[in-house]
Design a protein around this ligand. Structure first.
Ligand code: FAD
Ligand code: UDP
Length: 370
């Protein structure tokens, strides 16, 4: 039977959309399907009150890679937004990430030497040569005060696990700085697409056939007949019918609200770092694009364990799940005509720039360009 498409791409998120763009540019015929009613995966924005609402959580693009930055800017211009979230611990406000402003708020220290000496003293009390989990890593990194007020509660509710059960690498995402700099990221390039992320996805998918509301697994037998190769960006274990057991994911519930006020919290994000507040953060979307609309839209983000009817937002890369994911990855060898890519199919805690890099790499490999 004749195949109509070179590639059937399952998922219109950044991995699928980037791959489709590269292959279409190279003259290949692609069909992108997505089970959701919109394209873009988790970077999708919905316009409410003329504000681009980051429908699946706040997305700030950041990278050190000029090629990736130029690539995304070739579809849409990015603004100069810098992420400077605030932490609220039981009503006390602290600057994030951990920097000289935070240290002043905690201890009234004014110089790097003063702050360093407090952190060094606290680190020395609990120092562990080879930290094996997030708690040990955090105590080695910033000491007890910051760990208790700004890390432990947030982390344990975000992941639904004790910090001693979580991998150390998660906390390495956050910088520690002895300058008065509230920039959450240390990357060279950072911003938000002017007009929202949908513009980026529309640019990537220009000229590509997209079929929404189509679940790969509900129509698998028919769909696989359509293309020579499949690009799969859904859950790794689901592809293999959970034959080796279930991988765990962390899910979220987003409670979006329109408020009749111009400026609710003065920051794109406030993190609630105590354990008792049931949400991890409140996002106020207009600040991503310096909006001056008369109303505002806020989102409270509630972490949840993933179950079949929920969206799997985060892989849980602890030892048990990594071991199982690696066993599934071995099964990929039995599927030479399937490319597995993105946060879910690679089971990696990827940021957007990393997903794009992975997709560009996969496209290059397909085209044998070195
Ligand atoms: P996804 O965006 O998940 O796309 C996968 C698509 O596949 C989905 O649209 C899904 O519906 C579809 N799909 C799955 N299974 C099937 C099926 N069976 N049939 C059909 N379609 C299917 N990154 C940053 O760089 N900066 C940030 O600030 C940032 N913030 C984040 C905040 C949150 C709350 C979350 C969850 C993630 C954040 N990220 C951030 C990460 C970013 O969202 C991801 O790196 C990126 O969007 C992943 O793209 P993807 O294509 O791999 O997956
Ligand atoms: N984290 C924390 N306190 C904060 C923000 C983050 O303890 O105020 C920890 C938490 O464990 C989180 C990790 O740092 O999962 C990584 O944070 P990041 O903001 O990168 O998470 P994401 O945006 O991916 O949810």
């Amino acid at each position: 039977m004749d195949k109509n498409y070179d590639y059937l791409i399952v998922g219109s998120g950044l991995f699928g959309a980037t791959f489709a763009h590269q292959m279409t540019k190279a003259g290949k015929k692609c069909l992108v399907i997505d089970k959701r009613g919109h394209q873009g995966g988790n970077i999708y924005c919905r316009e409410i009150e003329k504000i681009n609402v980051h429908w699946y959580g706040p997305h700030i693009f950041h990278t050190n890679d000029k090629e990736i930055w130029d690539f995304v800017n070739s579809f849409v211009e990015f603004n100069r937004f810098t992420y400077t979230p605030v932490a609220n611990y039981k009503g006390e406000l602290y600057s994030l990430p951990f920097n000289m402003n935070t240290f002043y708020q905690l201890w009234k220290t004014k110089t790097p030497a003063e702050a360093k000496s407090i952190i060094d003293e606290q680190v020395a009390k609990n120092f562990i040569k080879q930290p094996k989990n997030l708690e040990e890593q955090a105590l080695n990194f910033v000491g007890k005060d910051i760990y208790v007020k700004l890390i432990k509660g947030y982390t344990e509710k975000q992941w639904g696990r004790k910090a001693i059960e979580l991998p150390a690498f998660i906390i390495k995402r956050l910088p520690l700085r002895f300058t008065y700099d509230n920039n959450y990221f240390s990357d060279k390039y950072q911003g938000i697409p002017i007009g929202g992320y949908n513009k980026l996805v529309e640019g990537l998918l220009e000229g590509v056939e997209v079929q929404l509301g189509t679940d790969f697994f509900k129509n698998k037998d028919e769909l696989i007949k359509l293309a020579t190769k499949i690009v799969y960006t859904g859950k790794l274990d689901e592809y293999f019918s959970y034959s080796l057991g279930h991988l765990q994911y962390r899910s979220l519930e987003f409670n979006h609200q329109v408020l009749d006020t111009e400026n609710y919290q003065g920051s794109a994000a406030v993190n609630y770092t105590d354990f008792e507040t049931p949400y991890t953060r409140i996002v106020e979307h207009k600040h991503f694009e310096f909006g001056k609309q008369p109303k505002t839209v806020i989102t409270k983000e509630y972490p949840l364990e993933w179950t079949t009817e929920k969206e799997p937002y985060y892989p849980i890369n602890d030892f048990e799940n990594e071991t199982l994911a690696n066993q599934y990855k071995k099964l990929k060898e039995l599927e030479p005509n399937v490319i597995f890519g993105g946060r879910l199919a690679e089971y990696k805690y990827y940021d957007m720039h990393q997903v794009i890099a992975s997709s560009l790499h996969a496209a290059k490999a397909e085209l044998n360009v070195r």
